[in-house]
Every structure is written in C-alpha cells, then in structure tokens.
Write a protein that binds this ligand. Structure first.
Ligand code: 3HC
Length: 334
C-alpha cells in the first residue's frame, strides 16, 4: 500500500525533521489507513489530511446549499401541487445535507462562520453545475435525473471515506439522493409519455443543456486532478474522477433510451471491447471558466447566498441571545 508518510503536503508543512513522537504518530495513522480503518475527530491526523478534508467537505456543503437555488426558482411555478410538494421536499433535503456536511467539517476544528465567509468571499468553491440557469420546468426533472444521478455516483464511494464523520453523513445523504434522482426521472418519464410534442421537446432541450455540465461534476481528468493521488492514498477518494464519470455515462446512456431522449454526444457509442460507452471530448475550457467564477450564474448565486445570510442575521442574533439567557438562567429549584 502507499506510504502515506510520503504525503505531498505543501512545502511549508513538510518540516525537514519530524520529532520521533510525530514519526510514530504518522506510522500509526498510516497503519489505520492501510487497514481500511476510520479516522475519528479525536484521532491524531496529519495537518494536510485535516486541511484537505475541511476543503472538500466544506465545498461539498456549499454545493448543497447553493444547489437549492436553481430549483428554488421553480417552486412557485410547479405544474401541480404534487410536483410542488415533491420539489419542496427535495430542496429541504439539500438544506439538511448542507447542515450535516458543515457539522462534519466543524469536527475538524473549523467554524461555520469561517466556512461561510470563505463561500461568500468567493474563496471557497462549490460544484460548477449550480452555475447554470433553470430555464424551463423540464430542467427540474433533468437536474434530478442527471445532476442528482451524478451526485449519487460521486457520493456513494464517500460512504467509505476514511474520515468517519464524513462517511457517516454520506450514508444518510445517499439514501435521500436516490429519492432526488427517482423523482426527476419520474417527472421526465411522464412528460415523455403523456406530454405534448412541445413538452417532449422541452425535455430534450434541457437534456442538451445539462448533459455536459453534469459530466464535469466529477472533476477534471485524472491527469489534471490536483488532489486525486493524495486523496486516494488517504482513502478519501475511493474511485478516480474519470472512472466515476465513465460509470455515470454507462448507466445514464441506458436510462436515456428508456426515457426516449437523445444525449447530445454524437460520439456516444457502446464499445463492446472496452465494455463501456465511448464518448466525445469534454470542453475543459468551459469547466475551468465556470469553476473560476465566469459561468452563466456565478455572480447571481453568490449574491443570493450573501443576501440570504445577511437577511438571516436577526435569527442568529435571537438564537444567541436566547442561548445566553438560558445559560445565565438560575437552575430550576430542586
Ligand atoms: N466544480 C467546482 N470545482 C471543482 C469541480 C467542480 N465540478 N471539480 C473539481 N473542482 C475543483 C476542486 O475543488 C479543486 O479545487 P480546490 O483545490 O480549490 O478545491 C480543483 O478543481 C482540482 O480538482 P481535483 O480533482 O484535484 O479536486 P478533488 O479531488 O477535490 O475532486 C470532486 C473534485 C470530485 C468534486 C471532489 O472534491 C469530491 O468528490 N467532492 C465531494 C462531492 C461533491 O462535492 N460533489 C459536488 C456536488 S454535491 C451535489 O451535487 C449535491 C446534490 O444534492 C445535487
């Protein structure tokens, strides 16, 4: 197995000589990772492992919270009460996912305020997929089918992540993601079977717009993945970006046939020799442009999050005042 001790921590952290005690602590950490054991918050861990987890878990949490915005746009315009309640339930789930993940990140010694400040300042990332607009009702179904479908593919391996609080949070999140993907596919299936030609065209249009950005959710190619190698050594990343992307394409190509939509990739073809679908070139220039803040909705999404945070200040003040009062309250008479 890899030697985690050779971790490629940033220069400032790779001190020339470690104390004997730290060498022993690192050896024990490596042995736990090698044995497939979990690391708990109270366990010793290399500072680079901790920082990597704060980065990934907090960005994952930001993705959940920002991810509520594109669909929130359609709550008041859902075509039926049933679709409205399903959409509300899904959006509420995403808020819960964000809270589990912020709580998991806080077990690493960071605070909610720090994490949110990093998001609101534009320093922290969130998934590029949420920087695309939801133009029609079909987008809501396609987001469930493709975006939540990709999220499940990317998140299930995280239920075996070496950092225990993250793995535990992912078990519950993945269960709820399955409902998200199912409800999206179901909405599209109805539109394709019972809808008008215009509604079917709406589903195809949404599929055309969301297909390639959904493939980008798995991250850059392994050859350009900055954290891939190290995170695999540490048991954070269990399957590589490219392998997960391929798994998603293989599964979704079949689902598209059931739905009766065409995925917008003329090179998408089953390759019996590989046992996978071949697919066309992903536009990584678009990916990095969106990741670096220049996507269709980046500014709008961040502005919405900053506004929501400011508007919620009175709730935080009231909760803090209540907690202070409760803490100061004399104990009830025995
Ligand atoms: N969007 C934005 N940034 C991305 C990205 C994406 N789709 N893919 C990669 N990046 C960033 C990484 O964050 C990293 O930047 P950083 O160092 O500033 O953080 C850089 O690009 C290099 O990419 P790497 O492959 O080296 O990064 P990772 O190894 O971290 O892989 C990842 C990226 C696959 C997204 C990984 O972080 C991961 O698995 N994260 C946990 C799952 C997650 O966050 N999923 C996002 C969607 S959540 C969601 O969809 C909610 C659902 O309910 C809809």
């Amino acid at each position: 197995m890899y030697t985690q001790a050779m971790d490629i921590a940033p220069k400032e952290e790779q001190r020339a000589v470690r104390s004997l005690e730290e060498v022993e602590l690192m050896r024990r950490f490596d042995a736990k990772i090698d044995a497939g054991d979990y690391i708990e918050p109270k366990d010793w861990m290399p500072e680079h492992y901790r920082k990597t987890l704060v980065r990934q878990i907090s960005q994952h949490a930001h993705s959940e919270i920002v991810g509520m915005l594109p669909e929130g746009n359609w709550v008041t315009r859902a075509p039926t009460l049933k679709r409205k309640t399903i959409l509300l339930a899904k959006i509420q789930d995403e808020a819960g996912h964000g809270l589990y993940l912020y709580s998991a990140a806080e077990t690493l010694g960071t605070s909610r305020d720090e994490l949110l400040a990093a998001l609101h300042s534009g320093k922290a990332k969130y998934s590029s997929i949420f920087n695309y607009p939801t133009l029609t009702w079909a987008d809501v179904g396609v987001i469930g089918w493709l975006v939540d479908g990709a999220a499940i593919m990317n998140q299930v391996p995280l239920t075996r992540c070496s950092y225990a609080p993250y793995a535990r949070a992912m078990v519950r999140i993945c269960r709820e993601e399955s409902f998200h993907q199912r409800q999206g596919f179901d909405a599209l299936n109805i539109m394709m079977r019972e809808g008008t030609p215009e509604q079917r065209a709406m589903v195809q249009d949404a599929t055309n717009r969301w297909w390639w950005p959904s493939l980008m959710m798995f991250g850059p190619p392994d050859s350009e993945s900055v954290h891939g190698t190290q995170n695999t050594r540490w048991g954070i990343k269990r399957i590589s970006n490219d392998d997960l992307r391929q798994k998603f394409i293989d599964a979704t190509a079949e689902q598209a046939k059931v739905l009766g939509v065409t995925l917008p990739d003329p090179e998408l073809k089953w390759n019996a020799e590989r046992g996978h679908y071949d697919f066309g070139r992903i536009d990584w220039t678009e990916f990095w442009r969106v990741v670096n803040g220049d996507g269709p909705c980046n500014r709008e999404r961040l502005a919405a999050r900053r506004r929501a945070h400011e508007a919620g200040q009175w709730v935080r003040d009231a909760a803090n005042a209540h907690a202070a009062k409760a803490a100061g309250r004399t104990p009830a008479a025995a």
